[in-house]
Design a protein around this ligand. Structure first.
Ligand SMILES: [Zn+2]
Length: 144
């Protein structure tokens, strides 16, 4: 009943013929599909049907039915884009949290490093005092 059920190998004059940008497969889409996002029948990637330069928008939306189909498709694209935006926002939030936690760890490490450095200095001072005491014991032993 509809044109979509016709032999898919038959290319009509009104078809837009282009290559899939992902797998290079030659595709023929009804001209009403211009500008729509479709899935490549070969590789399954989402791709946008190019709008031929000589094509007027009025050629695409020729009837009310076509307009309705196009509108529904546009809504699908918009809803998909909105989902993608939400996904990306969640991803950004995730990365920001990870960055904050890395920053916290870095700060903690810097503080820990400072504490260790103080401890090393204290140990060095202690060793210095021990060697001074040993020296004085040795000297007093010698002088005695
Ligand atoms: Zn493809």
């Amino acid at each position: 009943m509809s044109k979509e059920t016709a032999d898919p190998n038959e290319i009509r004059d009104s078809d837009i013929v282009f290559n899939c940008p992902f797998c290079g497969k030659s595709l023929a889409i009804d001209c009403r599909g211009a500008g729509l996002t479709i899935s490549c029948p070969d590789c399954g990637n989402k791709l946008e049907v190019p709008i031929p330069e000589n094509m007027e928008v009025t050629d695409i939306d020729s009837s009310d039915e076509d307009k309705a189909v196009r509108l529904i498709h546009m809504r699908e694209v918009i809803s998909e884009s909105q989902k993608r935006i939400l996904d990306l926002e969640a991803e950004v939030k995730d990365i920001t949290l990870r960055r904050d936690s890395l920053e916290t760890i870095r700060t903690e490490n810097a503080i820990r490093f400072e504490v260790i450095q103080h401890e090393i200095e204290a140990i060095q001072r202690a060793f210095l005092r021990i060697s001074e005491v040993l020296d004085s014991v040795g000297n007093s032993g010698r002088t005695a």
